[in-house]
Design a protein around this ligand. Structure first.
Ligand code: NAD
Ligand code: K
Ligand code: MN
Length: 367
């Protein structure tokens, strides 16, 4: 391969401040990957207000035809209905069939080589559930009535289940928790739960997952169990660590969930390690991968130059890891770990005083 063509879609808000940091870090590990060739692409709310289109056809075509992978920043979707607008990231996940959103939530142990106190991965179904966005509003006898339909298919549940089992198998604890709410939604969540549970007995699997242990947790109590894992403390040295380890260290390893629950439990898990600004993800399908920080466009800090770039930097590493550029990914993650451990250059979300570019410089200096 001559070059690695990487689509960059910073989109809105702090996406524009953190995606350049990811780009700089990829450039810095250039000796361990094919020559990076960045393709600048547009999408988002600002793009919509300027052009009337949130996801231009050229962006989708460039991703499909000219790019080997991509990085997405964040989009500022309004909370009210705007005629003609629809979230470009939700659309992109469907158009590129990026059916899994893989979100590792891992704390940094005070010393290299120690086991991190929090080490889990949320595997979120990325194409259906309430995100089919079929909503209707009618005015009935008793006023307005709004409805949304929620789609759960066997096909999507099976492939996200396969992805989750594969991931669980590759990890030391080999433990998979299925997140659902089948006690109330026995038909939709029931189908998700049963289909994921049946993955190990699919034809051709042949005992491949026999060493993976399976558990289930209702989505609400899953969040409660996080909350019972005691809060973290930023020490004077600003080293991030947990006051106490998990009371039940085995509770969560890989968690697989339908789209909306997966979104919520991963934001909740981010609180365990200190900030949403630390948590990366990849949107993955069978043929394409798009890195994306878990956070949104953060309008409260937009334009101040203090957004934490680590989620985006780690998303670049996760994207490269998925493409088997393990050495480049390891170099990036190790550099980030060192910067967090030293605690000298951290953004305000981690109780530091550094800017986005100071954190980036610190990471680059360790690479
Ligand atoms: P958010 O993730 O943007 O912000 C939540 C809180 O976390 C804010 O206080 C913010 O300042 C902080 N935060 C997030 N990322 C940070 C970072 N990198 N560094 C430091 N602090 C950080 O969520 P929100 O406020 O609920 O949503 C804001 C906008 O983002 C909305 O328009 C929403 O639609 C959009 N959004 C987009 C995506 C996406 O692009 N996939 C995801 C979630 C939300
Ligand atoms: K995002
Ligand atoms: Mn979210």
């Amino acid at each position: 391969r001559q070059s690695l063509r990487i689509g960059l879609i910073p989109a809105d808000g702090i996406g524009k401040e953190v995606i350049p940091a990811a780009k700089a870090v990829i450039t810095a590990v250039g000796s361990d990957i094919p020559k990076p060739d960045f393709v600048d692409l547009v999408a988002g709310w600002e793009c919509f207000t300027r052009t009337g289109v949130a996801l231009p056809e050229e962006t989708v075509e460039a991703l499909q035809n000219e790019c080997d992978c991509a990085l997405f920043g964040s989009v500022s979707s309004p909370s009210r209905k705007v005629v003609g607008y629809s979230s470009p990231i939700v659309a992109l996940r469907k158009k590129l069939d990026l059916y899994a959103n893989i979100r590792p939530v891992i704390s940094v142990a005070p010393e290299a080589g120690q086991k991190p106190a929090v080490d889990l991965v949320v595997v979120r179904e990325n194409t259906e559930c309430l995100y089919v966005k079929e909503e209707t509003l009618i005015v009935g006898e008793n006023g307005k009535e709004a409805r949304a339909s929620r789609l759960i298919t066997e096909r999507a549940s099976r492939r996200i289940g396969q992805m989750a089992f594969e991931l669980a198998k590759s990890r030391p604890r080999k433990h998979l928790t299925i997140i659902h709410k089948s006690n109330v939604l026995s038909v939709t969540d029931g189908l998700f739960r049963e289909t994921v549970r049946a993955v190990p007995s699919l034809p051709g699997v042949d005992g491949k997952y026999s060493d993976v242990t399976i558990a289930e947790q209702l989505v609400d109590s899953a969040v409660y169990r996080y909350a019972s894992i005691l809060p973290l403390r930023a020490e004077s040295s600003l080293i991030i660590e947990l006051l106490r380890l998990f009371r039940e260290p085995e509770i969560f390893d890989v968690m697989v969930a339908p789209n909306l629950y997966g979104d919520i439990i991963s934001d909740a898990a981010a609180a365990l390690v200190g900030s949403l600004g630390l948590i990366p993800s990849v949107n993955a399908g069978d043929n394409f991968v798009m890195g994306e920080p878990v956070h949104g466009s953060a309008p409260d800090i937009e334009g101040k130059g203090i957004a934490n770039p680590i989620a985006s930097i780690r998303s670049a590493a996760l994207m490269l890891r998925r493409l088997d550029y393990t050495k480049a990914a390891d170099r990036i993650d190790k550099a980030v770990d060192q910067v967090i451990r030293e605690g000298r250059f951290l953004t305000p979300d981690l109780k530091g005083k550094s800017t986005t570019s100071e954190v980036l410089e610190a990471v680059l200096s360790k690479i």
